[in-house]
Design a protein around this ligand. Structure first.
Ligand code: CTP
Ligand code: MG
Length: 242
Protein backbone atom coordinates (compact mmCIF):
# COMPACT_ATOMS: atom_id res chain seq x y z
CA UNK A 1 0.00 0.00 0.00
CA UNK A 2 1.11 3.55 -0.69
CA UNK A 3 0.79 7.01 0.78
CA UNK A 4 0.21 9.88 -1.65
CA UNK A 5 -0.53 13.58 -1.55
CA UNK A 6 -3.07 15.83 -3.19
CA UNK A 7 -1.40 19.24 -3.54
CA UNK A 8 -3.98 21.95 -4.14
CA UNK A 9 -2.84 24.74 -6.44
CA UNK A 10 -6.01 25.44 -8.43
CA UNK A 11 -6.81 28.76 -6.77
CA UNK A 12 -6.30 32.08 -8.51
CA UNK A 13 -4.49 33.93 -5.71
CA UNK A 14 -6.81 36.93 -5.77
CA UNK A 15 -5.59 38.30 -2.43
CA UNK A 16 -1.95 37.95 -3.48
CA UNK A 17 -2.85 40.03 -6.53
CA UNK A 18 -0.38 38.70 -9.13
CA UNK A 19 -1.21 38.30 -12.82
CA UNK A 20 -0.60 34.53 -12.61
CA UNK A 21 -2.21 31.94 -10.30
CA UNK A 22 -0.62 31.81 -6.83
CA UNK A 23 1.02 28.43 -7.46
CA UNK A 24 3.09 29.95 -10.26
CA UNK A 25 4.16 32.98 -8.24
CA UNK A 26 7.85 32.78 -7.41
CA UNK A 27 9.30 32.86 -3.92
CA UNK A 28 12.99 33.77 -4.16
CA UNK A 29 13.05 32.56 -7.78
CA UNK A 30 11.05 29.35 -7.47
CA UNK A 31 7.27 28.86 -7.98
CA UNK A 32 5.32 28.15 -4.81
CA UNK A 33 3.88 24.92 -6.18
CA UNK A 34 7.35 23.56 -6.93
CA UNK A 35 8.61 24.35 -3.43
CA UNK A 36 5.53 22.75 -1.90
CA UNK A 37 5.89 19.62 -4.06
CA UNK A 38 9.54 19.26 -3.07
CA UNK A 39 8.70 19.54 0.62
CA UNK A 40 6.28 16.65 0.17
CA UNK A 41 8.64 14.51 -1.91
CA UNK A 42 11.62 15.10 0.40
CA UNK A 43 9.65 13.59 3.28
CA UNK A 44 10.46 10.22 1.73
CA UNK A 45 7.15 8.62 2.71
CA UNK A 46 5.01 9.46 -0.34
CA UNK A 47 4.72 7.37 -3.49
CA UNK A 48 3.00 10.01 -5.63
CA UNK A 49 1.81 13.61 -5.73
CA UNK A 50 -1.32 14.78 -7.57
CA UNK A 51 -1.29 18.53 -8.20
CA UNK A 52 -4.61 20.28 -8.83
CA UNK A 53 -4.24 23.36 -11.02
CA UNK A 54 -6.46 25.93 -12.79
CA UNK A 55 -7.71 24.18 -15.95
CA UNK A 56 -6.64 27.07 -18.20
CA UNK A 57 -3.06 26.88 -16.85
CA UNK A 58 -2.58 23.12 -16.83
CA UNK A 59 0.06 23.15 -19.59
CA UNK A 60 2.11 25.83 -17.83
CA UNK A 61 2.02 23.93 -14.53
CA UNK A 62 3.00 20.71 -16.32
CA UNK A 63 6.21 22.33 -17.59
CA UNK A 64 7.38 22.61 -13.96
CA UNK A 65 7.53 18.81 -13.79
CA UNK A 66 9.25 17.97 -17.11
CA UNK A 67 10.23 14.41 -16.16
CA UNK A 68 6.83 13.66 -14.67
CA UNK A 69 8.38 13.65 -11.21
CA UNK A 70 9.03 16.18 -8.48
CA UNK A 71 12.34 17.62 -9.77
CA UNK A 72 15.36 16.13 -8.05
CA UNK A 73 13.34 13.15 -6.81
CA UNK A 74 11.76 10.03 -8.29
CA UNK A 75 8.32 10.78 -6.86
CA UNK A 76 5.79 10.74 -9.74
CA UNK A 77 3.59 13.80 -10.28
CA UNK A 78 0.22 13.98 -11.98
CA UNK A 79 -1.19 17.42 -12.89
CA UNK A 80 -5.01 17.53 -12.98
CA UNK A 81 -7.55 20.35 -13.40
CA UNK A 82 -9.07 21.52 -10.11
CA UNK A 83 -12.58 22.83 -9.51
CA UNK A 84 -14.31 26.09 -8.62
CA UNK A 85 -13.78 25.59 -4.86
CA UNK A 86 -10.92 24.14 -2.84
CA UNK A 87 -13.21 21.24 -1.85
CA UNK A 88 -13.93 20.49 -5.51
CA UNK A 89 -10.22 20.65 -6.30
CA UNK A 90 -9.40 18.15 -3.55
CA UNK A 91 -12.17 15.86 -4.85
CA UNK A 92 -10.63 16.04 -8.34
CA UNK A 93 -7.25 15.15 -6.88
CA UNK A 94 -8.66 12.21 -4.93
CA UNK A 95 -10.26 10.87 -8.11
CA UNK A 96 -6.84 10.83 -9.80
CA UNK A 97 -5.10 8.71 -7.14
CA UNK A 98 -4.02 5.17 -7.99
CA UNK A 99 -6.09 2.34 -6.47
CA UNK A 100 -3.22 1.15 -4.24
CA UNK A 101 -3.14 4.45 -2.30
CA UNK A 102 -4.53 3.85 1.19
CA UNK A 103 -3.25 6.97 2.99
CA UNK A 104 -3.67 10.44 1.51
CA UNK A 105 -2.26 13.77 2.60
CA UNK A 106 -4.02 16.94 1.45
CA UNK A 107 -1.70 19.93 1.27
CA UNK A 108 -1.96 23.54 0.11
CA UNK A 109 0.68 24.84 -2.30
CA UNK A 110 0.20 28.11 -0.42
CA UNK A 111 2.03 26.46 2.55
CA UNK A 112 5.12 25.98 0.42
CA UNK A 113 7.72 26.16 3.22
CA UNK A 114 6.26 23.22 5.13
CA UNK A 115 9.22 21.09 6.25
CA UNK A 116 9.44 17.38 5.32
CA UNK A 117 9.48 16.57 9.05
CA UNK A 118 5.87 17.77 9.39
CA UNK A 119 4.82 15.70 6.38
CA UNK A 120 6.40 12.62 7.99
CA UNK A 121 4.74 13.35 11.34
CA UNK A 122 1.26 13.54 9.79
CA UNK A 123 1.75 10.52 7.53
CA UNK A 124 3.20 8.53 10.42
CA UNK A 125 0.26 9.35 12.69
CA UNK A 126 -2.18 8.06 10.06
CA UNK A 127 -0.09 4.90 9.53
CA UNK A 128 -0.10 4.44 13.31
CA UNK A 129 -3.90 4.14 13.22
CA UNK A 130 -5.34 7.65 13.49
CA UNK A 131 -7.65 7.85 10.47
CA UNK A 132 -7.73 11.67 10.29
CA UNK A 133 -4.82 13.83 11.44
CA UNK A 134 -4.24 17.59 11.31
CA UNK A 135 -1.17 19.60 12.35
CA UNK A 136 -1.97 22.64 14.47
CA UNK A 137 -0.36 25.33 16.60
CA UNK A 138 -1.58 26.95 19.82
CA UNK A 139 -3.36 30.27 19.36
CA UNK A 140 -1.17 33.06 20.72
CA UNK A 141 -3.53 36.04 20.36
CA UNK A 142 -6.23 36.76 22.90
CA UNK A 143 -9.51 35.79 21.22
CA UNK A 144 -12.83 37.56 21.83
CA UNK A 145 -16.33 36.84 20.59
CA UNK A 146 -18.00 40.04 19.39
CA UNK A 147 -21.51 41.25 18.55
CA UNK A 148 -22.75 43.28 15.61
CA UNK A 149 -20.76 46.40 14.74
CA UNK A 150 -22.56 49.73 14.99
CA UNK A 151 -22.58 52.48 12.35
CA UNK A 152 -19.21 53.76 13.65
CA UNK A 153 -17.67 50.30 13.05
CA UNK A 154 -17.16 49.51 16.74
CA UNK A 155 -18.44 46.11 17.87
CA UNK A 156 -19.18 45.12 21.48
CA UNK A 157 -17.24 42.29 23.11
CA UNK A 158 -19.56 39.46 24.07
CA UNK A 159 -16.99 37.15 25.67
CA UNK A 160 -13.29 36.41 25.96
CA UNK A 161 -12.69 32.87 24.77
CA UNK A 162 -10.42 30.55 26.76
CA UNK A 163 -7.64 29.96 24.25
CA UNK A 164 -5.89 27.15 26.12
CA UNK A 165 -7.67 24.48 24.09
CA UNK A 166 -7.79 26.40 20.79
CA UNK A 167 -5.51 25.45 17.90
CA UNK A 168 -4.84 27.03 14.50
CA UNK A 169 -4.90 24.25 11.92
CA UNK A 170 -2.43 23.83 9.06
CA UNK A 171 -1.80 21.39 6.22
CA UNK A 172 -0.83 18.73 5.27
CA UNK A 173 -3.86 16.96 6.71
CA UNK A 174 -3.62 13.17 6.57
CA UNK A 175 -6.37 10.60 6.15
CA UNK A 176 -7.25 7.02 5.66
CA UNK A 177 -8.13 7.21 1.97
CA UNK A 178 -11.48 5.42 2.23
CA UNK A 179 -12.57 7.74 5.05
CA UNK A 180 -11.65 10.89 3.10
CA UNK A 181 -13.37 9.60 -0.05
CA UNK A 182 -16.54 8.96 1.97
CA UNK A 183 -16.34 12.33 3.74
CA UNK A 184 -15.98 14.15 0.41
CA UNK A 185 -18.89 12.23 -1.11
CA UNK A 186 -21.06 13.15 1.88
CA UNK A 187 -19.83 16.77 1.72
CA UNK A 188 -20.69 17.11 -1.96
CA UNK A 189 -24.15 15.68 -1.26
CA UNK A 190 -24.73 18.07 1.67
CA UNK A 191 -23.44 21.10 -0.21
CA UNK A 192 -26.14 20.54 -2.80
CA UNK A 193 -29.02 20.89 -0.36
CA UNK A 194 -27.71 22.52 2.83
CA UNK A 195 -24.76 24.64 1.68
CA UNK A 196 -22.77 23.82 4.81
CA UNK A 197 -19.54 25.83 4.86
CA UNK A 198 -16.62 23.53 5.70
CA UNK A 199 -13.22 25.12 5.26
CA UNK A 200 -10.94 22.09 5.46
CA UNK A 201 -10.91 18.38 4.77
CA UNK A 202 -10.88 17.48 8.44
CA UNK A 203 -14.14 19.43 8.77
CA UNK A 204 -15.74 17.07 6.24
CA UNK A 205 -14.53 14.12 8.31
CA UNK A 206 -15.94 15.65 11.51
CA UNK A 207 -19.25 16.16 9.71
CA UNK A 208 -19.56 12.40 9.13
CA UNK A 209 -18.99 11.78 12.84
CA UNK A 210 -15.39 10.52 12.71
CA UNK A 211 -12.74 11.61 15.22
CA UNK A 212 -9.99 13.94 13.97
CA UNK A 213 -6.63 13.97 15.78
CA UNK A 214 -4.19 16.87 16.20
CA UNK A 215 -0.40 16.63 16.09
CA UNK A 216 1.98 19.54 16.71
CA UNK A 217 2.20 21.92 13.75
CA UNK A 218 5.21 23.90 12.55
CA UNK A 219 5.59 27.68 12.19
CA UNK A 220 7.29 27.12 8.84
CA UNK A 221 4.01 25.76 7.47
CA UNK A 222 2.65 29.32 7.31
CA UNK A 223 0.10 30.04 4.59
CA UNK A 224 0.93 32.61 1.92
CA UNK A 225 -2.26 34.58 1.33
CA UNK A 226 -1.31 38.26 1.03
CA UNK A 227 1.68 40.19 -0.37
CA UNK A 228 2.82 40.64 3.24
CA UNK A 229 2.91 36.85 3.71
CA UNK A 230 5.02 36.50 0.56
CA UNK A 231 7.42 39.20 1.78
CA UNK A 232 7.74 37.41 5.14
CA UNK A 233 8.32 34.06 3.46
CA UNK A 234 11.00 35.64 1.26
CA UNK A 235 12.78 36.97 4.35
CA UNK A 236 12.57 33.57 6.00
CA UNK A 237 14.02 31.79 2.97
CA UNK A 238 16.84 34.28 2.43
CA UNK A 239 17.83 35.10 5.98
CA UNK A 240 16.93 31.99 7.91
CA UNK A 241 17.50 29.49 5.09
CA UNK A 242 14.17 27.81 5.82
N1 CTP B 1 -7.42 26.05 -4.12
C1 CTP B 1 -7.73 25.10 -5.07
N2 CTP B 1 -8.89 25.24 -5.82
C2 CTP B 1 -9.70 26.29 -5.63
C3 CTP B 1 -9.39 27.26 -4.66
C4 CTP B 1 -8.24 27.11 -3.91
O1 CTP B 1 -6.98 24.15 -5.27
N3 CTP B 1 -10.79 26.40 -6.40
C5 CTP B 1 -6.16 25.91 -3.37
C6 CTP B 1 -5.22 27.09 -3.58
O2 CTP B 1 -4.50 26.93 -4.80
C7 CTP B 1 -4.37 27.08 -2.34
C8 CTP B 1 -5.28 26.44 -1.29
O3 CTP B 1 -6.41 25.90 -1.98
O4 CTP B 1 -3.18 26.31 -2.47
C9 CTP B 1 -5.72 27.43 -0.24
O5 CTP B 1 -6.50 28.45 -0.86
P1 CTP B 1 -6.15 30.00 -0.83
O6 CTP B 1 -4.97 30.26 0.03
O7 CTP B 1 -7.43 30.72 -0.59
O8 CTP B 1 -5.62 30.26 -2.34
P2 CTP B 1 -6.39 31.00 -3.51
O9 CTP B 1 -7.80 30.56 -3.56
O10 CTP B 1 -5.55 30.79 -4.74
O11 CTP B 1 -6.27 32.53 -3.06
P3 CTP B 1 -7.44 33.63 -3.02
O12 CTP B 1 -8.51 33.07 -2.11
O13 CTP B 1 -6.77 34.85 -2.47
O14 CTP B 1 -7.91 33.80 -4.45
MG1 MG C 1 -9.12 31.01 -1.89
Amino acid sequence: MTSAAVLTAAGSGTRLGHAVPKGLVELDGEPLVLRAARGLADAGCLGAVVVTVPAAEAATFATLFPAGTVPGTDVPVRVVPGGPTRQASVAAGLAALDPDVDVVLVHDAARCLTPPSLVRAVEGAVRAGHRAVVPALPVTDTVKRVGTAGVDGAAPVVATVDRSDLRAVQTPQGFDRALLDAAHAAGAHRAADEAVAVSDDAGLVEAVGERVWVVPGDERALKITTPRDLALATLLVRDAGV
